[in-house]
Every structure is written in C-alpha cells, then in structure tokens.
Design a protein around this ligand. Sequence first.
Ligand code: TXA
Ligand code: MG
Length: 331
Amino acid sequence: MDRPTRVIEVDAEDPAREALAEAAEVIRAGGLVAFATETVYGLGADATNPDAVARIYAAKGRPAFNPLIVHVVDGAMARDCVAEWPAAADALAAAFWPGPLTLILPRSGLIPDIVTAGHASVGVRVPSPAVARGLIAAAGRPIAAPSANRSTGVSPTLARHVLKDLAGRIELILDSGRTAVGLESTVLDLTARPPRVLRPGAITAEQIAAVLGEPVEEGGGSADRPVSPGQMDVHYAPRARAIRLEAEALAAFTWPESAALIVLGGPLTSASPAGVRRYDLPTPEVAACELYHALHECDEAGVGLVVIVPPPDRPEWRAVRDRVGRATREA
Ligand code: TXA
Ligand code: MG
C-alpha cells in the first residue's frame, strides 16, 4: 500500500453514520480498517474475502498457521459462520454476548480457509462497542479481526498504538478512544469435550461452567489437543526487555538506569528507586485495563527494562497472569 493510513475520530457511544459508512465501504472493497472492540483494537477485513484476509496476515507479519477471530453483529450472523450451533453456544451467547467471549465452533462454507488457517473450526464473537457493531452492520458481513498490532507485539488499547505498528499498511483507523477491558477475549473451544478455555480473559472458566452446568477445562492443551495456535510462548512482548520478579527479590535487585516497575496485585510497601517509572495495579480489573497501556507507555518513553511483579496465583488473576507470562522472561 502506498497511501498513508487515515484516522477518523468517532464518538465511542454515538459514532457518526457517515464515518461508519465510509469504513464499511473500505471493508467491502477488500481494505483494512482498525476499530476498537471492548478488549483491544482489532484489524478488520471482510471475513468472506480471502484476498482481504490475506492482507491482514501481511500487514501484521502474522504466521499463516494462526487463525483469526470473526466478529459478528449478533447470534444470527454467528450462525451463518458456523456449521453447528449447539445448545451450549445458545446459552453462552445469551449470557455473554455482546462481550469478550470467543466461541470456537465447526465452521460453515461462508468462512474461507485463510480465516481459520485451514482448521475445520472458526472463532466467532459479538463485540459490544457501538463502533464495532455499527461497522459490522454497515458492512453487512462478518469481519475477521486479530488484534491490530504487529505479530508478537503488545495489543493496542489506543488508536495511536495501532498507528505506531501499522501506519502505511492499512487504509483506515476508527479512533474511538481507549478500550475498556484492555485484555483480549476469552477463547472457548466448544468443539472439545468438555469445553476448553484456550485463552483466559475477562469471562472466566467458572462463569462459563456456571452457565453450562458442566465443568470446563482450562489452559495448556494436551498431547492429543494442541493449544490455540496463537498461544505461543513469547507473545504480547513489549520492545523493552521485560522480566518477572517476585516481590521478595526486589530489595536485592540492581536497577539499571532506565527502568519501570509494574506491581500487579500489590500493595508493595518497599519503594522503588527514584527515576523508576512505577505502576501499581491492585485489582484484576484495573490490571487488565492498564497492563498493555503501561507497556505501551514504557515503549513510548524508551524504557530499557520493565520489571513486573506477578499477581497472586488465584483464579481471578488468571488472564493477567497468562499475559504477563507471555510478555516477560524470568529474571
Ligand atoms: O479480544 C479479542 O479477541 C481481540 C479483539 C480484536 O476481538 N482479538 C484477538 O485476536 O485477540 P488475535 O488474533 O490476536 O487472537 C485470536 C486468538 C489466537 O490465540 C488464535 O490462535 C485463537 O484466537 N483462535 C482463533 N481461531 C481459532 C480456532 N479456530 N481454533 C483455535 N484457536 C483459534
Ligand atoms: Mg493478538
């Protein structure tokens, strides 16, 4: 692409119809539009157009084996994308859509191979923001959208983060401000028995199990079931070196000149040295919302080392712990 990326500011609650119509036109013409979901900004293309979807992989530098999530406006459009719609999908859609839950189901013929990286299943979700839903509705077709960052980078929570990674590689960004949840959706594999959470998110395995009335497995995958292809070890990594350090090890730590400290689940009584940029993120909700934002801020400030004190190993912290594990190396 040789033209610069355009940015259109839109009201998050009440986006202008002309802006949505213009963005929808780009999607229908096979172009790429970044837009905010409640989790992170997504990089959208017409999910039914293989050439448009191929441009997503190219723009992100995403490996061809990592499938994309398809964003739909409601349950009816979700059903067009899948070959089976089990009772469990109905119950979960009623409970959590629109919202940060992706359901993996057998795909229908509407969804081309390139979207699912050749898998027989497809991930579908209904995002909640008016901008996302308005765009899908105006385009009149499902929109494939991974997070709008270069592959292995930190997912964007602001339009500015998208521009930094993808300027000149995509047609348009709809800037509706900061995303609310801040971490990517929960990915639930409904083709597995029992259902399995492939990526933890704001909607927890416990909440899902309560709706389904059956147990839900979590994490890792097993020899007979590979993990979600996107759950590779180093992912979501900032440009700075990022390490995990338990709180007890902080006192003896030798701080380099340019550093930041992110404390998850504190409070931490010991002060960090002057000049160390510091983030205290005490609850899972605050941490989810602020973690990527903080990592982007550190990158923008040119911080050399980010030290992260991981949160307690408790269920409510699972999603944050998962992302911290992927963004850091052990000290
Ligand atoms: O919150 C989100 O989910 C954001 C916003 C934009 O919706 N999207 C997002 O997409 O995080 P992405 O591409 O960065 O992550 C999608 C994850 C990957 O781990 C991918 O492997 C997994 O979902 N996934 C997608 N389709 C799948 C499938 N058919 N089977 C297994 N895993 C799948
Ligand atoms: Mg991603």
